[in-house]
Each structure stands twice: as structure tokens, then as C-alpha cells.
Design a binder for this molecule. Structure first.
Ligand code: ZN
Ligand code: ZN
Length: 175
């Protein structure tokens, strides 16, 4: 069994209410499809909007989905899948205030080294940028984030390099 399958199996999907009004059971299938372990045995894009997140809010399964996305990053999934899981994770941590986004951010903070690895490996510029933007939200150590911003400047998107996408960016000490 793979790490991602283990993490999916560990969650109580039936006991959670999905944003679409059903139980969250179908999300387990969605996540497997995203990872390329669904019936088709290849990565298939599925949108989680309206199920786990919307521009205004997160729904109950968001922390479980956050944990699965982190497990996917630690697992051996295809580059397309990695990119999708990073986008999903980004949605989970970017929510405004309140309880669910805080919970998701706390979970994502446990995976900061997975995110740093994604940035530094530069496997794909899009994935490196997404991973870095998640770090700007969840990394408490701003000095470490700044150090990586400088080291990875050659391949990070302009918004990450300049701090434009980072609400907490303090460029005052920089030349
Ligand atoms: Zn749903
Ligand atoms: Zn950026």
C-alpha cells in the first residue's frame, strides 16, 4: 500500500459533510484519481471546488484533504499529480481566518520540508512557485523563507522573487 492510500484510508470520509451536500465519501475516489490510482490508473484532474473549497470558504473535509495532499507529496506520484496536489494544498491554506483554514495551515506547517524540497528541486517552475507560495503562508521562520527566496531566485516566478505574492514580506532590509 502506498503512503497516499494509507492516508486516504485513515480518514473518516463518511462522517464528514462535503460542500456539495453529500457525505465526503466520494472525495476518497477523487483523491485517488488525482494521484493516478483510480480505476483508470492514470492521473485524472478533478476539481475540488464546491466540495472542499470555494473562493469564500472551506468545508469540513478540508483538513483531511490537506493531510492527503501532504502524503501525496511524500509519495512517488507522477509530476502532473504533484502539481495538482500542490494547487489543492494552496487552496487549503489560503483561506481567510476562522477555524478550518487555521487547522489546515497547522497541518501544512508539519510538511514544510516537503515544500522546501519541491522549491529547491526545481522539477517544474509552476510547482516550485506553488510550493513557495504555500510556504509564505505557513512558514513561521521568515528568515529561512527569505534565504530560500534568494537561493531559488533564478527559477522562482517573479511574484515569489519580489515578494509580491507574500502578504508578510518585509523588503525593508533588502537592497
Ligand atoms: Zn462533494
Ligand atoms: Zn509567487
Amino acid at each position: 500500500m502506498r503512503l497516499i492510500e494509507m492516508e486516504i484510508a485513515r480518514q473518516d470520509w463518511k462522517g464528514m459533510l462535503c460542500g456539495c451536500g453529500n457525505t465526503a465519501e466520494h472525495l476518497a475516489e477523487y483523491l485517488l484519481q488525482l494521484a493516478g490510482h483510480g480505476p483508470e490508473q492514470r492521473p485524472i484532474h478533478v476539481s475540488f471546488e464546491g466540495h472542499v473549497w470555494s473562493p469564500a470558504a472551506l468545508w469540513e473535509p478540508a483538513p483531511a484533504v490537506t493531510s492527503v495532499a501532504l502524503a501525496a507529496l511524500a509519495d512517488d506520484v507522477a509530476p502532473t499529480s504533484r502539481g495538482w496536489f500542490l494547487e489543492l494544498l494552496h487552496c487549503m491554506v489560503a483561506g481567510e481566518g476562522t477555524e478550518l483554514p487555521e487547522h489546515c495551515r497547522a497541518l501544512a506547517t508539519q510538511g514544510i520540508w516537503l515544500l522546501y524540497e519541491e522549491v529547491m528541486s526545481n522539477r517544474s517552475p509552476g510547482a516550485a512557485g506553488d510550493a513557495f507560495e504555500i510556504l509564505t503562508v505557513v512558514e513561521p521562520d521568515r528568515a529561512r523563507l527569505q534565504r530560500v527566496r534568494e537561493i531559488a531566485a533564478a527559477w522562482l516566478p517573479v511574484c515569489c522573487r519580489t515578494g509580491l505574492c507574500d502578504d508578510d514580506f518585509d523588503g525593508s532590509g533588502l537592497v
